[in-house]
Design a protein around this ligand. Structure first.
Ligand code: SF4
Ligand code: FES
Length: 316
């Protein structure tokens, strides 16, 4: 086991663990992650929000690392010492990264369906400037249609590559990707082909911002006004374990179940996500606990059950 100390808290972790993973194991002072996603192989290393300062490389070689490093891509060494929230340099760099991410991202939270569960919204509350210093024209993209269930708003994309990794790793063939380089990079389907496979809806759940949203839920409600319930059904394509988001007795949307890092516990199929919008399609397991440090946590405690519920276990 390797000993690592992050913001004066020590933990022993197995070889191969990254600094970010070790911080998540500790559960405190965890660097924000806009592109890393533990369920997606090869994710991370794109957004730089998870920068930390390594003040001691290892027991064998105690020299500090000369630059801040991406914690999602840097492996722990035995005896390593890391500063995250206790380093003014890291906080300053994170402010800079947030400012860069917001250069082209429109501040349309009042009309964006992702508001309340958007990682960039959280990041800008914590590290953003009240006013942009950018004076040039922002990137703008033509609207692209990527199918009848998923809405792409390229202007909001931060190019984290998570959605392309979902497509790569969950589906037999990928029909979208990142085109071009630099400021003109964009997510697009080649020749506007629809993203049409059984698991494409998971791109919505992994998108940290509102660039990919659920067309069947668009503009129906702010997420903090909905009531999330864990539910399951027999499904031959996926685990069938989901979160239902109720307004009264109506299921407004179906998503994966999320862990405390806002990552999907298990990916679900499009049939469960888009086609099973009736309460009777599901067996309700109980209220979903919203455990993320985000706007969505508002209005969800104390939890109230929706008015009409079928299949509720007796204990509820
Ligand atoms: S659309 Fe969303 S998930 Fe895909 S690269 Fe852009 S921000 Fe990331
Ligand atoms: S989470 Fe580490 S670079 Fe994006």
């Amino acid at each position: 086991m390797l000993k690592v100390t992050i913001d004066d808290i020590s933990i022993e972790v197995p070889p191969g663990t990254t600094i970010l993973q070790a911080a998540r194991m500790i559960g405190q002072n965890v660097p924000p992650a806009m592109c890393y996603y533990s369920k997606l192989e090869g994710s991370g290393g794109k957004c730089r929000t998870c920068l930390v300062k390594v003040t001691k490389g290892s027991e064998k070689d105690p020299r500090p690392m000369p630059k801040l490093v991406a914690s999602c891509r840097t492996g722990v060494m035995d005896g390593m010492e890391v500063r995250n929230e206790t380093s003014p340099e890291v906080i300053d760099a994170r402010k800079g990264v947030t400012e860069f991410l917001l250069i082209n991202h429109p501040l349309d939270c009042p009309v964006c369906d992702q508001a309340g569960e958007c990682k960039l919204q959280d990041l800008s509350y914590e590290h953003g400037l009240a006013k942009s210093r950018y004076e040039f024209k922002r990137r703008e993209f033509e609207k692209r249609d990527i199918g009848d269930k998923i809405q792409l708003h390229m202007n909001r994309c931060i190019l984290c590559y998570r959605c392309t990794q979902v497509a790569d790793q969950l589906t037999p063939e990928r029909v979208h990707g990142v085109l071009n380089r630099g400021e003109v990079s964009e997510i697009s389907t080649y020749i506007e082909q629809a993203v049409d496979n059984d698991f494409s809806g998971n791109m919505i759940d992994v998108c940290p911002v509102g660039a990919l949203t659920d067309k069947t839920f668009r503009f129906k409600s702010r997420v903090w006004f909905t009531k999330p319930m864990l539910a399951h059904r027999e499904c031959t394509t996926c685990s069938g374990k989901v979160t239902l988001w109720f307004q009264g007795s109506e299921v407004l949307r179906v998503t994966t179940r999320k862990d405390k890092w806002n990552e999907a516990e298990a990916f679900i199929c499009n049939d469960c996500r888009f086609e099973k919008k009736k309460t009777e399609d599901w067996t309700i397991d109980g209220p979903a606990h919203i455990d993320t440090h985000s706007v969505i946590a508002q209005n969800h405690l104390p939890f109230e059950l929706p008015v009409v519920q079928k299949n509720l276990p007796d204990a509820l």
